[in-house]
Design a protein around this ligand. Structure first.
Ligand code: C2E
Ligand code: CA
Ligand code: CA
Ligand code: CA
Length: 278
């Protein structure tokens, strides 16, 4: 490797310092974001390719920062994970999404489950079963209207405990999806032991599914395996008609992405549900 000059080292350490500063500042501000009402939720519709109706909507958190404007969850969720703030934030997201779905049902908005992302810390580090059970009971929401998304990597950290917790969540009546599937090298026998309902194929496979024989073969293999295990398959990040058509002919059950709809605020989502049914 090329030796670094003194000036270059200084520049690197300044950049590192700045990134660290931003992280620390955001972490401190995130502590107060809930009480200050800076967090809000978006909902992205999932379309059932068999019926053409809405299969549900994924809940995506947003942070409207007073100075920096909208900050992506891709930046602040990892910060929240590291600091443990993801626990209160995750609880707020779950309560808010469930309350929203309940309010929609009360207003006659068509049924379709809200899908909430659970972070690793929330799943393995807190009593997530008690939390979900309490939130459902207090809201009176039918459990079938709550779906939970868990990334493939979480489920591999502690497979035995993960399977046990998943079983308990499913006994509550919720639906479980494995998120970002294909990025974590799960084996078929491992997957067979997990009590899940759905696999969510990661966007990295969707990107070139219409023009790469390899990606298409991967997606077809995932779908064949999932269907053998009686699991539904959803693809995320679908932006074009070509991608949608390739996925549909590969036998994919559901699609989520900007092609059908970008993430919507609560009012726009209710309107979408009224228009496209469930
Ligand atoms: P994810 O769970 O894989 O969520 C899908 C991401 O893809 C979302 O980004 C969504 O807005 C984006 N997306 C959807 N359709 C398209 C498309 O057609 N094209 C492109 N380019 N992107 C699309 P977002 O909202 O920025 O969220 C990023 C990540 O942050 C999520 O990835 C998830 O890991 C995390 N996250 C978001 N909301 C929550 C939450 O409420 N709780 C937790 N624990 N994590 C969350
Ligand atoms: Ca997700
Ligand atoms: Ca995902
Ligand atoms: Ca993803």
């Amino acid at each position: 490797a090329k030796a670094l000059g003194g000036a270059q080292i200084q520049r690197y350490s300044e950049e590192l310092n700045q990134a660290l500063q931003r992280k620390l500042t955001l972490e401190n501000q995130l502590r107060h974001a809930i009480e200050r009402g800076e967090l809000y939720l978006n909902y992205q519709p999932k379309t059932d390719l068999h019926s053409g109706g809405v299969a549900g909507m994924e809940v995506l958190v947003r942070w409207k920062h007073p100075e920096h404007g909208s900050i992506s969850p891709a930046e602040f969720i990892p910060i929240a994970e590291d600091s443990g703030l993801v626990v209160p934030i995750g609880e707020w997201i779950l309560r808010t999404a469930v309350a929203q779905r309940r309010a929609w049902s009360d207003a006659g908005v068509p049924d379709a489950p809200v899908a909430v992302n659970l972070s690793g810390k929330q799943f393995l580090g807190t009593d997530v079963v008690a939390l979900v059970g309490n939130v459902l009971r207090e809201s009176g929401l039918p459990p079938r209207l709550l779906e939970l998304e868990l990334t493939e990597s979480i489920s591999m950290d502690d497979p035995v405990r993960t399977a046990d917790l998943m079983r308990q969540l499913r006994e509550l009546g919720t639906t479980l999806s494995i998120d970002d599937f294909g990025t974590g090298y799960s084996s078929l026998s491992y997957l067979k032991r997990l009590p899940v309902d759905k696999l969510k194929v990661d966007r990295s496979f969707v990107l070139d599914v219409h023009q790469s024989a390899e990606s298409l073969a991967m997606v077809k293999a995932i779908i064949a395996m999932a269907h053998t295990l009686r699991l539904d398959v959803i693809a995320e990040g679908v932006e074009t008609e070509e991608q949608m058509v390739a996925l549909r002919s590969a036998g994919c059950d559901q699609i989520q992405g900007d092609y059908f709809s970008k993430p919507l605020d609560a009012d726009a989502c209710a309107e979408y549900l009224r228009k496209h049914g469930a």
